[in-house]
Design a binder for this molecule. Structure first.
Ligand SMILES: Cc1ncc(COP(=O)(O)O)c(C=O)c1O
Length: 389
């Protein structure tokens, strides 16, 4: 079958590819430690599961409104307003199956062929993939280790032009675990305001912050009308498989994004949305417990990686990823990741899975038990000892 030309422009997310490779090795009897996939290993808190079961029993098994159930949109508006310090109304909220469609729909709705989009690199691979898919021009801003993986502001200022139709930021970040500093967010906001450029703020890791206060660009003066907040339930409530996310955006754009929902998924599963209300309105202590646990794991993996030959690793301030520098091994990072999977039975991602500026790094997700993290570090040592010059 001949596929349409545009398919050649669509990228992928390597985490799912590596997961498939690891599963193949597992079927062959090999034991793998999974540090490739970005999902909490915790189970969804019990009250959220109970709410879903109750909703199913009460008959919430039919289509719902494309933008989401009014009561969930209300709950999200309240939650987003309180956590970002801005007034948010329910008609500014669009609920989607996972947060990923918000990226896809926002870029589809705002970017014409030839328009430029600024985005972080290394960054979540779907940004670049979808920019290319719609015929936009990806304008990567390298995140450099020397600046704690912050935005290179002087370069950013040089890259913004009349052609820039969207700026994408992500903090705390995937894959580096870096967090944008206040002064960086303020400068990005100043430029966005001056040139009236919308900002897609991917805040999915907002709760996974180990130092300092979270700052949303949407809360800065004049920014609410220019910001699309992307957030969801996957990470904070350990609900990756439920597929529940949302965007908060000006109502004019929300209507277009809703139309994209009508044209694609129709709506998000109704009983899942009712469970989402329970998540937002219920006891938040499981989130805090999970984040506290992740902080301990972060320290374990950072210290362990820094003790391995050829590896140096910063202590990230957010998310649940580390992005160790393996340049001393003098090999492409994809090759190192492959050897680690095949010889050490440790599944990790290579930095270039997140863009060209990720070369020389690996990405490890530490959303795994301390026992497994220690096991992975122990197994990596002999392989890296062999690879180190
Ligand atoms: C930066 C970033 N944004 C968005 C998402 C998408 O989350 P969801 O599972 O809700 O679609 C992810 C998932 O890995 C992510 O890392």
């Amino acid at each position: 079958m001949n596929v349409a030309e545009r398919m050649a422009r669509l990228g992928t997310e390597s985490a799912f590819e590596v997961l498939a490779m690891a599963r193949t090795l597992e079927r062959q009897g090999k034991e793998i430690v999974h540090l490739e996939i970005g999902e909490p290993d915790f189970d969804t808190p019990e009250p959220i599961k109970a709410a879903a079961k109750q909703a199913l029993d009460a008959g919430a098994t039919h289509y719902g409104p494309s933008a989401g159930l009014p009561e969930l949109r209300e709950a999200i508006a309240k939650h987003t307003g309180e956590s970002r310090g801005i007034p948010v109304s329910a008609d500014e909220v669009v609920v989607t199956p996972g947060a990923k469609p918000i990226m896809f729909f926002t870029i589809l709705a705002l970017v014409n062929p030839g328009d430029e989009v600024i985005y972080p690199n290394p960054g979540f691979p779907i940004y670049e993939s979808v920019i290319n898919f719609v015929g936009g021009v990806p304008v990567p801003i390298p995140l450099r280790e020397e600046t704690g993986f912050g935005f290179d502001l002087p370069l950013f200022e040089r890259k913004v032009s009349k052609k820039t139709k969207l700026i994408i930021i992500n903090s705390p970040q995937n894959p580096t675990g870096g967090v944008l500093e206040r002064r960086q967010i303020e400068r990005i906001a100043e430029i966005a305001r001056t040139f009236r450029i919308p900002v897609l703020a991917d805040e999915i890791y907002r709760q996974f912050l180990y130092e300092g206060e979270f700052l949303s660009i949407a809360g800065l003066p004049g920014m609410k009308d220019l910001t699309i907040i992307l957030d969801g339930f996957s990470k904070s409530y350990a609900m990756t498989g439920w597929r529940l996310g949302y965007g908060v955006m000006p109502t004019g754009l929300a209507e277009h994004v809703t139309r994209l929902m009508v044209n694609s998924a129709s709506c998000t599963a109704t009983f899942v949305q009712l469970a989402g209300i329970a998540a937002l309105q219920g006891d938040q202590s499981p989130v805090a417990r999970m984040v506290a646990e992740f902080r301990g794991r972060r320290d374990l993996i950072v210290d362990g990686l820094n003790a391995l030959p050829g590896v140096s690793c910063q202590r990230p301030r957010g998310a649940f990823y580390v992005f160790p520098n393996v340049k001393a091994l003098k090999r492409p990072s994809k090759g190192i990741a492959t050897v680690l999977l095949e010889e050490a039975g440790v599944a990790v991602l290579w930095g270039t899975a997140f863009g060209e500026y990720g070369e020389g790094y690996l990405r490890l997700s530490y959303a795994n038990s301390e026992a497994n993290l220690s096991k992975a570090l122990g197994r990596m040592r002999p392989v890296l000892e062999r690879l180190a010059p």
